[in-house]
Design a protein around this ligand. Sequence first.
Ligand code: PNS
Length: 162
Amino acid sequence: MKAGIYPGSFDPATFGHLDIIKRAAALMDNLIVGVLKNNGKTPLFSVDERVNMLRDAVKDIENVQVMSFSGLLVDFARQHGVNVIVRGLRAVTDFEYELLMSQTNRVMAPDIDTIFLTTSLDYAYLSSSTVREIASYGGDISKFVPPDIEDIIRKKYKEENR
Ligand code: PNS
C-alpha cells in the first residue's frame, strides 16, 4: 500500500491545497490530510472547523481521509504507518523553508521521505493568509476557495465584526 500524509495548517483550505490533494491522491492508494492543531500562531478557524471544511471539500475523493494532529509530524506519520510526506511548492520562496523542514524531519525520521508537488500555475500565487486578508476587507474570494468554504469564511468575519 502506498500511503502519504499531506500536512498543513489549512486556515482555510484553498483551491491550491485542493489541487495538491487531488494530484497526490491520484499517485497513492491512501492519502491522509493532516490538519495541525498546535502551530503556535492563533488560527482564524478552530481545528474542528478546518477539518470539517476539508472533509466536505474532499468528500468525493475516495482515498482521502482528513484528520487533525498535534505534536511532531513524523510521530503522526509513524502512528499511521505512513512514510511519505507530501508538500506543495508554489515558488522559490517556499523552497528554503520546505527544504529545512524536510531535512529536519529526515534527521528525526530517516525512514520517512518528503515529496514535493509543484503547485499548478493557476494557484501559484495563492495562500491562506492572502485569502484571510482579502476576506477581512470584504473582497471577493470566490476565485480562491470553493463556495462552501467561502460561505464559512464570510460568516466568520461577520461574527468577528459583530
Ligand atoms: O500549512 P503550513 O503551516 O505551512 O504547514 C506546516 C506544517 C504543519 C507542515 C509544519 O508546521 C509541521 O509539520 N508542524 C508539526 C510540528 C513538527 O513536526 N515540527 C517539525 C518540523 S521542522
